[in-house]
Ligand binder design. Sequence first.
Ligand code: ZN
Ligand code: ZN
Length: 190
Amino acid sequence: MLFAHDTEVSLASTAALINTLPGASKSGDDELSTPAQLVQFLDRNEFTGSRTGATEELDDVRALRGRLRELWTHDEDGVVALVNELLQEAHALPQLVKHDHWDWHLHATESSAPVAHRLQVETAMAVIDVVRAKELDRLHECAADDCTAVVVDLSRNRSKRYCDVGNCGNRMHVAAYRARLRGEKVSERI
Ligand SMILES: [Zn+2]
Ligand SMILES: [Zn+2]
């Protein structure tokens, strides 16, 4: 394992959150448009703690996605500045906790804090590990030129170039194969 378990879980669920943005999602639509979609997302990612189900909650999480996406695209200084901003804004106070089936892991907000605050702090805490380990290059955009999804590469040899959302690896592979059949020179490494 590259990072602590809770860090890897957080990175994956943040990537899934960012990949609900139109252009990254499987459908091409914004997949976080309704309160029901937010509930689905939170349940799927086993996100505990209080929820209001209010429109404001949805709006806050929707707005957060673009900011969190910057953690995947900024350089190290930019990521550090954003991580600190996200933590400060939500008055993060790290505590070790154990609940449900999760062993000791970090929470840095009360379980009653707004969903968006908890999401931003959880993500920031995870990215702290990535920055400290000098592994930021593992957070990158999908290598398919028509895809804006983000990728968390936890592979041993840093070989994950494509997202899991749009089957991009396969798609690019087929496109390169067809291009070769047409006699075009394909320089891209798949
Ligand atoms: Zn927890
Ligand atoms: Zn992709």
